[in-house]
Design a protein around this ligand. Sequence first.
Ligand code: EPU
Length: 333
Amino acid sequence: MVDIAHLNTFGLRAHARSLVQIHSVAEAQAFLQAKGSGNEPVLVLGGGSNVLFTKDWPGTVVQLCLQEVTFTPVSEAFTDVYAGAGVVWNNLVQQTVARGLGGLENLTLIWGWVGAAPMQNIGAYGAEVKDTITQVHTLDAATGQARIFSNAECAFGYRDSVFKHTLKGKYWITGVTFRLANNPRLNLNYGDIRKTLDEMEVNEPTVQDVSRAVAAIRTSKLPDPRQEGNAGSFFKNPEVAPDIAAALQARHPLMPNYPGAGGLIKIPAGWLIEQAGWKGHRRPHVGVHPRQALVLVHYGGGTGAELLQLAQDIQADVSAKFGITLSPEVNIL
Ligand code: EPU
């Protein structure tokens, strides 16, 4: 058995039967062809920043440590950037920002690797990766055959893609192509970005400035998993029918809300959890972050089961108090 505690940002103790680190697409293909339809369960793990281990993994954990990054100018307006699945997400963002390319700057300092970005369509501060992804490069997990998915084929939604549903486990993501703008149009509308830029005394922001502002906001609210184990937002922000949102708003006039998909109204789960009294709640090994109630924390020495119990207690309480069921964003294994 191999210890995989260092491979999940909760830092929870877990073991796998074996760990395989793969460094090229050819090696990944060879692995899949050799594996054939063998029934040893294989878990592909990236930076482990969106996973909760509640038990040991009964098979092999594979990490696709594919590190290639290439920049290809495609027109006066755009540059295509290809990044391998194993590139650390924030390192990619920093490379694009350093070149003045626009599109990923609002996604600064998200933990994890490139390969997981399309899987759950990572997003923050008014941007989602679906806005820039043109191609997702994959291997068929059954045959090792290469297949490229277009943006439309990925069926992206809020923290969602085809790779989480119909095609779950069926394809290995080996790399992603992004189309970034040579003359960026900045997206400063969300939350505290403008205020932070003002505080930084930046009048004509560049992508670097926006990236620095986002980094400052995130650092002020979200715990660093190297210090306090966490996986970012634990739950998705629920989307409810307008009449339900209106009824809640009548009871809680200050309730924040945003337009969601298909006419639904998105309500911040962090607000619901805080109103239910859980913000800063602390158990011996796990708790709710005192500055962002959507982030559950493992303080060390705990188990995935304790973390899961906390999540379930919060779900039950929010459901009892607001009639809203929170769904986890984190992949619970
Ligand atoms: N809020 C509270 N109490 C809290 C937390 C939030 O009342 O404890 C309220 C805030 O006051 C604000 C609203 O909820 O009015 C939204 O809060 P925030 O801007 O912090 O964002 P979020 O909805 O909690 C989402 C993403 C984050 C992303 C931020 C910023 C989801 C599940 N989470 O969080 O993504 O960084 O917006 O764009 O959509 C992640 O997915 O892991 C993640 C960190």
